[in-house]
Write a protein that binds this ligand. Sequence first.
Ligand code: DHB
Ligand code: FE
Length: 281
Amino acid sequence: MARITAGLTTSHIPAVGAAIDLGKTGEPYWKPVFAGYEFSKRWIAEHMPDVVVLVYNDHASAFSLEMIPTFAIGCAESFQPADEGWGPRPVPVVQGHPELAWHIAQSTILDEFDMTIVNRMDVDHGLTVPLSLLFGQPAAWPCKVIPLAVNVVQYPPPTGNRCWNLGRAISKAVASFDRDLKVMVWGTGGMSHQLQGPRAGLINRDFDTRFLDGLTKDPEALAKIPHVEYVREAGSEGIELVMWLIMRGALERAAREVHRFYHVPASNTAVGHIILENPPR
Ligand code: DHB
Ligand code: FE
């Protein structure tokens, strides 16, 4: 059977992707950011999944105000990097896993989550920057990726609790897929940041630290945080953190933290990254 072996979360800052693409990772500003992923690159090479369910948000690349699915699962064979205004990032095409994606769609919809099934979708920095951070610059991505897009751009986004429960439903779906596959779930975005308005530039290290602690030790408490608290404490774009709860809900309660990284600033945000492993079977 398929099995979720581990999960991770990471910020998905577009400037980080540009730093990689433009060969600037060794510059003094960027060096400490990429240093936080050195362990992670070795770790993932040793624990390479067959498939990553990659939870991210589309930033008006594939969707727009014309169409706003709350949860959308990519069931296609492949996904092209999106053109976000400067041409598509020079990264490999993302190879999907249609069978597992359709299985997760079926299982979660029958569990009463209204997933949107997407058969064509370009993927933006929300999805490609985490791949670059973990896998560097390969000719092809080393595993399949199922994009799972969450609306955190246009009010109202889903609640943290809904995201937590969706993670649990994904765990159940994966466990009932009749193929031997190592699956990881990644949650992206965050941490505290606000990109616009009078509070632009907001960073809240205390909130971020509590969120990282809670993610490992007390995720049920995080699932109760209301939207207004995210926006007040973590800034308007800090609401992306609800996506981390999908990852955490998909893991076992006893998952073990094996790596944590926090750094301020990168572009306009706090970088947060955590790796959790499920107990060995
Ligand atoms: C920025 C954009 C994002 O989508 C994000 O999650 C973090 C930072 C930015 O423009 O700096
Ligand atoms: Fe974002």
